[in-house]
Write a protein that binds this ligand. Structure first.
Ligand code: GNR
Ligand code: NI
Length: 166
């Protein structure tokens, strides 16, 4: 396993859309293992392939609290098939180190994806899991949380990221 380098805003590779994975090869499995290791080391509650410079539709999430056993969830070729409600959530992003911003999201989502075993599954999520699924899915479309801010906060965060050591 290996810890991968997480790209920081405004790296242009964060704007690339991921391509669907067509076969879950040993190489894909190894990459997912590296993504998980990278997420746990960061630490983060999620990580999208885009954030490590790989334009594939893969993300991993683990929302288990500290002290709880880890609960890795792997999403390959995920699609959000239903959304309900609105919620504001204070989000962080490993590609915006040190930032946290209130972001509007759906409060409930149904997501369809493949797991590492290649089996299609559907998951209904609310709370942090729903927010994380939407946040990671946005990464795969090259969308970032800064895009969801109003003009003033957008400018402040942009300048902060340019100023930071990154
Ligand atoms: O670690 C992360 N925490 C987080 C908190 C609230 C909402 C979303 C997230 S995702 C983020 C990790 C990350 O950047 N994933 O892309
Ligand atoms: Ni992120």
């Amino acid at each position: 396993m290996a810890i991968l380098t997480i790209l920081h805003y405004p790296d242009p590779r964060l704007r690339e859309a991921g391509k669907p994975v067509d076969a879950i090869t040993d190489e894909v499995k190894k990459f997912v293992g590296d993504m998980a290791e990278t997420m746990y080391a960061a630490p983060g509650v999620g990580l999208a392939a885009t954030q490590v410079g790989v334009a594939l539709r893969i993300f991993v999430i683990d929302i288990a609290d500290e002290g709880e056993p880890s609960a890795l969830q792997v999403f390959i070729n995920a699609e959000i098939v239903e959304k309900r409600g609105k919620i504001e959530w204070k989000e962080g992003c490993l590609s915006f180190p040190g930032a946290s911003e209130n972001i509007d999201r759906a409060e409930w989502v149904k997501v369809r994806a493949k797991g590492l075993d290649g089996e299609l599954f559907e998951l209904e999520a609310e709370g942090l899991l729903a927010v994380a699924v939407q946040h990671e899915n946005d990464h795969l479309d090259g969308k970032l949380m800064i895009d969801k801010l109003g003009p003033l906060r957008k400018r402040v965060l942009h300048r902060k990221m340019l100023a930071g050591a990154n």
